[in-house]
Ligand binder design. Structure first.
Ligand code: FPP
Ligand code: MG
Length: 327
């Protein structure tokens, strides 16, 4: 996510950090069994944007003092958050019965649900083993809390499938839990490990959480509107699995009569084309997009002063890219 950024010294620091993360990731997952290594190699190709480790590194660089380098704990936490993320994706693809991720086949599609569930378990277990290598129980506690929250978000989402009364507040609470808390913790821990004060750490967590919420709204819009070749993963899963997302919720809340009924019928019959027509006509897709942009603007306004200006500019740029992406 840093390719277009013009500051070459900062870009080199980030690239070096991400290379260390990759090395850690691979060494942590290396097993005596080739069958396990093959599966890990398969999920390693899911690492695309590397948003979460990038945020740990950039937040760390933003708050380290001049002349100071990132700590080895930054690398460990950056690799850990990515491994937690990978575990959740492998399990998520089982729940969503998705066949494609990052332009390749999902583990469940390729090897079945049993292998995918076990591989997700292997990844989450390794994530916490890796985190323990930092030797700071506070890091394990925080990421344990985050992973609990993430599972709660997913469980609440499951319990509200096919529920047409799902409201905006509950949608945002699900999204905050299932996606935003991990992005928030990436910013928070990168900042904390750089020795920043408590108010900067809290502000960075809020920045990351806002990015996470906007990221998930955009993800949901791509699931509804994108085409598989561009997005690179199975789409239409939300409708298929009865997950109401923001444009659907806004439409149901803000329309009446035939207009409202048309969308409800399309959701019930899983008719994606009819649903898109109804949501476009009512302006609900534009309204959901506007909400994501508003949240990004809120994130940018709340970004605290950093010790290094260039890293701050990059954080602002990363925030914009969350809603500008089409994959
Ligand atoms: C993406 O949703 C899913 C998440 C952000 C979280 C999924 C979490 C779990 C399944 C819990 C697993 C827990 C552990 C401990 C391994 P999405 O389906 O909207 O995104 P997608 O479009 O990328 O599939
Ligand atoms: Mg999914």
């Amino acid at each position: 996510m840093t390719r277009a950024f013009p500051d070459t010294a900062l870009a080199a620091d980030i690239a070096a950090g991400l290379a260390r993360v990759e090395t850690l990731f691979e060494s942590q997952l290396s097993s005596d069994f080739p069958a396990v290594n093959d599966l890990c190699r398969h999920v390693e190709r899911y690492r695309g944007k590397m948003l979460r480790p990038t945020l740990v590194i950039v937040a760390g660089l933003a708050f380290t003092r001049d002349g100071e380098a990132l700590r080895s704990e930054h690398d460990i936490i950056a690799a850990t958050v990515e491994m937690i993320h990978m575990a959740t994706l492998v399990h998520d693809d089982v729940l969503d019965e998705a066949e494609m991720r990052r332009r390749g086949e999902t583990v469940n599609f390729l090897r079945g649900n049993e292998t995918a569930v076990m591989l997700g378990d292997y990844l989450i277990s390794n994530a916490f083993h890796l985190c323990s290598r930092a030797g700071d129980p506070a890091l394990n506690l925080r990421l344990g809390e985050v992973t609990n929250t993430l599972c709660e978000g997913e469980l609440v989402q499951l319990s509200r499938r096919h529920d047409m009364s799902l409201d905006e507040n509950t949608y945002f609470e699900i999204v905050r839990r299932k996606t935003a808390v991990l992005v928030g913790a990436s910013c928070e821990l990168g900042t904390r490990l750089a020795g920043a004060d408590a108010s900067a750490v809290a502000a960075m967590r809020k920045f990351g959480e806002n990015l996470g919420v906007a990221f998930q709204i955009q993800d949901d819009l791509l699931d509804l509107l994108g085409d598989e070749a561009t997005v690179g993963k199975s789409i239409g899963r939300d409708l298929e699995k009865g997950k109401l997302t923001l444009p659907m919720i806004l439409h149901v809340a803000n329309t009446t009569g035939a207009e409202r009924q048309a969308a409800l019928r399309a959701i019930e019959s899983k008719d994606g084309a009819a649903l898109r027509r109804a949501l476009e006509r009512s302006g609900s897709i534009d309204a959901a997009r506007a909400k994501a942009v508003e949240i990004v603007e809120d994130a940018k306004r709340g970004l605290p002063a950093t010790r290094r200006a260039h890293s701050r500019e990059l954080l602002l740029e990363l925030a914009d890219r969350v809603v500008a992406r089409d994959s």
